[in-house]
Design a protein around this ligand. Structure first.
Ligand SMILES: *Cc1c(COP(=O)(O)O)cnc(C)c1O
Length: 360
């Protein structure tokens, strides 16, 4: 019977490979370094108790606080069920299925493709260059049917910033024809690189943000789109009537008070320090071929004997993110930055691995 029921699904859904989220991939570890989550669980308490009422679609306190934090007008902010929902709302609002395309540059975040495929929207992909930058010459003559350009900076999983002058050039090329989306999920780890100040000059720029990474609230599901008020109005046409539950809005608002923001910045500083130490240490290991500097809370690491490294750590309960299915990342694992203790566990496990003589 399952086959009959499956055949009822839309064609693009039947053919879809769902996003392989860290949670879906499983594992039974005690050191989780595979989803770029914060290792710190900050305490919160619910203050809104009137759960008999529907929530506001765009809770005013939350919108006001995020606008103040990001340095934009409240009319330029949309709050959504994670940045993932905003990625999808843009496709639903701006792309005609079977006709328009989105453009993105692999290796990058997997949800752009999954959301587009779900809605029957074409994906145009242009691989990043060898130094993980946008391949402008390849892209510039291929923009005809492109409605949305998704750029992730800093990029997941490579950890680097895209050159701002390339993004500016793409914005000039697409003016009046397409939106350029800058996914800034990790921007708190390098806040000076944000493109928010460009919203003024480029009304077709959209900046995506989240509370899932630096704000340590992946379990809350809360993200934001920052854009021209006309874009926000268009997105509000297709969003669910009640995208955020009352407890989500409550806790998200608490995460954006001045004191919570300074706590976040403190935690980011600590994670950045752990990351830089780990980068140095990893570079000394014989099994490590390459670690690039990262502007984020994760490292992309090329190993010799990648499969063995991944499995050995997995069996010891240290769960990393396997990147090997990606053609450009055949020997790479992505390692989220955990606590100093988790970092030490990782180094000890890798040290053992090297001592066991499996150097190459
Ligand atoms: C984690 C992540 C997201 C998703 O954020 P949520 O708010 O948890 O949906 C979006 N973009 C990138 C690049 C990410 O790494």
């Amino acid at each position: 019977m399952t086959t009959v029921l499956s055949a009822l699904a839309r064609n693009s859904v039947s053919q879809l490979t769902p996003y392989q989220s860290a949670r879906r991939l499983g594992g039974s570890g005690d050191v989780w370094l595979n989803a770029n989550e914060s290792p710190i669980a900050n305490p919160y308490q619910l203050t809104e108790h009137s759960l008999n009422r529907y929530p506001e679609c765009q809770p005013a306190t939350l919108i006001n606080r995020y606008a103040a934090y990001a340095g934009v007008d409240t009319a330029q902010v949309l709050v959504s069920r994670g940045a993932d929902e905003a990625i999808e709302l843009l496709i639903r609002a701006y792309c005609e299925p079977g006709q328009d395309s989105i453009l993105y540059c692999p290796p990058t975040y997997g949800m752009y493709a999954v959301s587009a495929e779900t809605y029957g929207v074409n994906c145009r992909t242009f691989q990043l260059t060898a130094d993980w930058q946008i391949d402008i010459p390849a892209i510039e003559k291929q923009l005809a049917d492109v409605k949305l350009v998704y750029l992730c900076s800093p990029n997941n999983p490579t950890g680097n910033l895209l050159n701002p002058q390339d993004i500016r050039y793409l914005l000039e090329l697409t003016a009046g024809r397409a939106l350029v989306i800058a996914d800034e999920a990790y921007i708190e780890f390098c806040p000076e690189a944000s493109l928010v100040a460009w919203l003024e000059a480029f009304p077709h720029l959209v900046v995506l943000r989240t509370l899932s990474k630096a704000f340590a609230l992946a379990g809350l599901r809360c993200g934001f789109a920052l854009a021209h008020p006309e874009v926000i109005t268009t997105l509000l046409k297709v969003i669910a009537p009640y995208p955020l539950s009352t407890p989500v809005a409550d806790i998200a608002s608490q995460a954006l008070t001045d004191s919570a923001i300074s706590r976040m910045r403190q935690q980011v500083a600590e994670l950045n320090q752990i990351r830089d130490q780990l980068t140095e240490q990893l570079r000394r290991f014989p099994c490590v071929v390459r670690v690039d500097d990262s502007q984020t809370n994760y490292l992309l690491v090329q190993f010799s004997g990648c499969e063995t490294v991944f499995q050995t750590l997995w069996q010891q309960g240290i769960i990393l993110r396997d990147q090997r299915k990606n053609p450009l990342l055949t020997d790479c694992l992505r390692i989220s930055i955990g606590t100093a203790q988790e970092s030490a566990r990782l180094m000890a496990a890798l040290g053992q691995f090297n001592a066991n003589g499996e150097k190459r």
